[in-house]
Design a protein around this ligand. Structure first.
Ligand SMILES: Cc1ncc(COP(=O)(O)O)c(C=O)c1O
Length: 458
């Protein structure tokens, strides 16, 4: 593993105050009521830490938006971007560019089977948007099936495909999107009591949805291979293969959204590789270059790309395959290989995070469930382990969300920056985090969980 630059943490509160003033006066933030937020001004970052202008340092258990898989300021990645910038900052997508060609070759080389071509985008939403468009044009069908408890991005089609409350204000959205329930053993929509039963019943439910929607009208089934923000829901063995079988049976395109789950997060290049399935289209972004420069894309199977051999693909972006972004992806993939980052993430999950979270579950009555793989884990908090009543209601905000807000504040005050969503705390550090750093973060969570324990009812 590389050594990250020596951490310079110059306290400079005046500069921080200026950053805040400009931010509050001029920056319009995503997903926020502008007057109700107070974004922390950030002075710098290195490895698995970032720090503010007061000199306070945070161990990052969120990887920002679960995207900084390689850690901050990886020296070789920064150097590669500097070299690429000196060579060629920009060129239109219509040209053949060295960094773009190489990034596409490397990504196609990581993907199995006939996933041989890459359409580059600026991020995840554009990837899911284009994957759905490709599936519709390829099949000549209109409907897209997508799961509740999912997130696929915030552009028109992607937010319609999303199965969580972020979709509600954008409704009505794109026509032809149909939601179904995926597996979630801890809160089964199917009243199952084992992973195997959950898998079987979830697939039976999918068959029912296909029947009533008319499978012959369905272009694609899009799923997050491992559901991210909506709970780190690892599919039971057999579920992905079950989707693949149904797609084959009905001529439907299987789209795996690996925007969050891919590039090391699950201890694999692509999470679906863990289950040996082969999607028709794969969406990626985030971990492909850890967001050092915005990049996403769709990996396309030969059968889908053949549709557009003699027929125009009606989609594009000014910055599709941006040379700097692609050069950073090339460098990042090579660093992952050289430093064994995928293997490191996998063993952190199995050897450090899994046993650490089991210990938290044993010690804290507010911990209902822990689950995940690689560096992709959730601690699901409940008021009552028997009834499984969530620590806060679904989509809680304001006073309803108080126990989770207090938990978050306690972690931050002790120098840990976790990712919380609804009644869950997610453990999603960079893939390059050390075992000692994981232990350090889990010790902080251990202390902070005494807060949610106080809300437990008998
Ligand atoms: C699974 C998944 N798909 C798509 C997206 C959208 O990606 P972006 O925010 O880069 O548009 C996200 C973002 O969190 C995601 O987690």
């Amino acid at each position: 593993m590389s050594t990250y630059p020596e951490q310079q943490i110059p306290a400079d509160p005046e500069r921080g105050a200026q950053v805040s003033r400009d931010d509050r006066a001029h920056v319009f933030h995503s997903w926020s009521a502008q007057a109700l937020i107070n974004p922390l001004p950030i002075a710098g970052a290195s490895g698995s830490h970032f720090w503010d202008f007061e000199g306070k340092r945070y161990l990052d258990f969120s990887s920002q938006l679960v995207n900084v898989n390689i850690g901050y300021q990886h020296p070789k990645l920064v150097a590669a971007i500097q070299e690429a910038a000196a060579r060629q900052c920009t060129i239109a997508p219509s040209f053949a560019d060295e960094s773009r060609s190489e990034a596409a070759r490397l990504i196609a080389g990581l993907a199995p089977g006939t996933l041989n071509r890459v359409f580059f985008t600026n991020g995840g939403a554009e990837a899911t948007e284009n994957a759905m468009r490709m599936a519709r044009l390829h099949t000549g069908r209109h409907k897209v099936l997508t799961a509740y408890r999912s997130y696929h991005g915030a552009t028109a089609g992607a937010i319609t495909a999303t199965g969580d409350p972020r979709r509600w204000p954008s409704e009505p959205g794109m026509s032809g999107i149909v939601h179904f329930w995926g597996p979630y053993p801890y809160r089964s929509a199917f009243h199952s009591d084992s992973d195997a039963q959950e898998c079987e019943r979830a697939l039976q439910h999918l068959d029912d949805v296909l029947m009533v929607e008319g499978a012959q009208h369905v272009a694609a089934i899009i799923i997050e291979t491992v559901v991210g923000t909506n709970g780190i829901l690892v599919p039971p063995d057999g579920y992905l293969q079950g989707i693949r079988d149904r797609c084959d049976r009905h001529g439907i395109m299987m789209i795996c959204d690996e925007v969050m789950a891919g590039f090391g997060r699950c201890g694999e290049w692509f999470a679906f590789q863990k289950w040996g399935v082969q999607p028709d289209l794969v969406c990626f972004a985030k971990g492909v270059n850890s967001g050092y420069i915005p990049l996403g894309g769709v990996v396309i199977s030969d059968k889908v790309s053949a549709t557009f051999r003699d027929r125009v693909y009606p989609g594009g972006l000014t910055y599709s395959g941006h040379p700097l972004a692609c050069a950073s992806a090339v460098a990042s993939i090579n660093i992952f290989k050289e430093e064994g980052i995928i293997e490191h993430a996998r063993s952190l999950g199995a050897d450090v995070i899994a046993p650490g979270l089991e210990k938290l579950k044993a010690n804290h009555p507010s911990v209902g469930d822990v689950r995940g793989l690689g560096v992709f884990w959730a601690i699901e908090l409940v008021k009552n382990r028997v009834t499984r009543e969530p620590m806060v209601p679904y989509n809680a905000a304001g006073p309803d969300a108080k126990p989770m807000q207090e938990l978050l504040a306690a972690c931050k005050s002790k120098g840990l920056w976790p990712f919380t969503h609804f009644n869950r705390l997610h453990v999603t550090p960079p893939c390059t985090t050390t075992a000692d750093q994981i232990e350090e973060g889990l010790a902080i969570i251990d202390e902070a969980l005494t807060i949610t324990d106080q809300y437990v009812t008998d």
